[in-house]
Design a protein around this ligand. Sequence first.
Ligand code: FES
Length: 101
Amino acid sequence: MSFIEVAKTSEITNGKMKGVMLGGKDILITNVDGKYYAIGGKCTHAGGDLSKGVLNGKIVRCPRHGSKFDVTTGKLAGGPAAKDELKFEIKVEGASIKVNI
Ligand code: FES
């Protein structure tokens, strides 16, 4: 288990998100009210890229068919997807955002 830098804090300001690839996985990094979160970045419905969707508060909406996920937990918040996203551990060290994979 190791934390790997995925972004600088200045890249993901409050209300923003970024998609990264880490260990062969698509991961969505978000900043909600100054706190960072990491969940799976590929929609569990049909693989839509959540980083290209819309983040509204803590809910991200998939750009393909509109499924919604809570970025703070990875939990499904609206279909057509039927499965939650994975959630990853994240921490900030200095100006580095790091995810445990
Ligand atoms: S791929 Fe995300 S809702 Fe269909």
